[in-house]
Design a protein around this ligand. Structure first.
Ligand code: SF4
Length: 315
């Protein structure tokens, strides 16, 4: 669930770079943004596996609204390479600052948690690690290999940073053969400066195109948030750009503001508008589309992967 107050620890706030920003108004959530409350027995079991492994999840760090539902089904998305990100995007609740050194035992502990959860499909993401020479590519590779060794039947989806200015990083990760390569464009290019200032739209797009060039069988996936002030035409353009880069799967979800210091919600996109985006995206040739207010990259990722494979097989 989104926090509306930036959590201040004794030492430093979660987002020091946002401390002097004016507080933005918080819009009341419409009735279609309804989430399951955390707290079932399975939720607690999932939480124990995460804690036992001293692991970080994006579910918790990003304040994902779906945590009650996902953890109650033993679905969690592990966030590797620490809980501190070297970027400072205006939409994201992950702590920002200078991260700790890499934890060499983390890949095995992630693999162990995937095995304990009995996941048929695992999703691994990370913070941005601009401080590392390879952007964290080697750690992704070690984690993929550890999961494969511990759970050979489990499919692996990775949601990576953009590896900006990290030559050779992408190639190393693709060589490790994850089943799905996801990298989110997050928003329309016109909003990058405001929402994703450390990133470059065409670099992210090109990264995804390059994955397909390196391995035409690898599924590629990307997503955007809506409700940040984009127009419908801009969303159409992003869809066309994604199809030009041969992206198989698009996700579109409502932006929810993590704290008053983050970018304000421009508006709540209605369920009918999400449905219309879904119809348009399929007509543009995506193999798979997930477009709804609570769509997140990793929401229902296992079921969606099965549908994605079936769609390719049918085509
Ligand atoms: S949608 Fe993804 S990030 Fe959110 S709770 Fe589910 S698995 Fe975690």
């Amino acid at each position: 669930m989104a926090n509306l107050i930036d959590t201040v620890t004794a030492a430093r706030p979660r987002h020091p770079e946002k401390a002097n920003r004016p507080e933005t108004p918080v819009l009341r959530k419409p009735e279609w943004i309804r989430v399951k409350a955390p707290g079932s027995a399975v939720y607690t079991e999932t939480q124990k596996i995460v804690r036992d492994g001293k692991l970080v999840t994006v579910c918790e760090e990003a304040g994902c609204p779906n945590i009650g539902e996902c953890w109650s089904k033993k679905h969690a998305t592990f966030m590797i390479m620490g809980d501190t990100c070297t970027r400072a995007c205006a939409f994201c609740n992950v702590k920002t600052g200078l991260p700790d050194a890499l934890d060499g035992g983390e890949p095995e502990r992630v693999a162990d948690a995937v095995a304990r959860m009995g996941l048929s499909h695992s999703v691994i993401t990370s913070v941005d690690r601009d401080d590392l020479a390879d952007g964290g590519a080697g750690h992704f590779v070690r984690t993929i290999k550890a999961i494969r060794a511990a759970s050979p039947a489990t499919t692996i989806e990775i949601l990576t940073p953009d590896f900006l200015k990290k030559d050779g990083a992408l190639e190393r990760v693709v060589e490790a053969k994850p089943d799905v390569f996801n990298h989110n464009l997050e928003t329309v290019p016109g909003l990058y400066l405001k929402i994703r200032p450390g990133a470059r739209y065409f670099h992210s797009l090109r990264l995804l195109q390059r994955v397909k060039e390196l391995d035409r069988n690898m599924f590629t996936k990307s997503g955007i948030m809506v409700g940040l002030g984009e127009t419908r035409e801009q969303v159409m353009q992003v869809m066309d750009d994604m199809r030009s880069a041969n992206i198989d799967f698009i996700t579109i979800g409502q932006y929810l503001q993590p704290t008053r210091k983050h970018a304000a919600i421009d508006r709540f996109v209605t369920p009918d508008e999400f449905k219309a985006y879904e119809t348009t995206a399929y007509s543009k040739g995506f193999l798979m589309v997930s477009s709804s207010p609570l769509t997140r990259s990793s929401h229902h990722a296992g079921d969606d992967f099965a549908r994605l494979r079936a769609a390719r097989a049918a085509g």
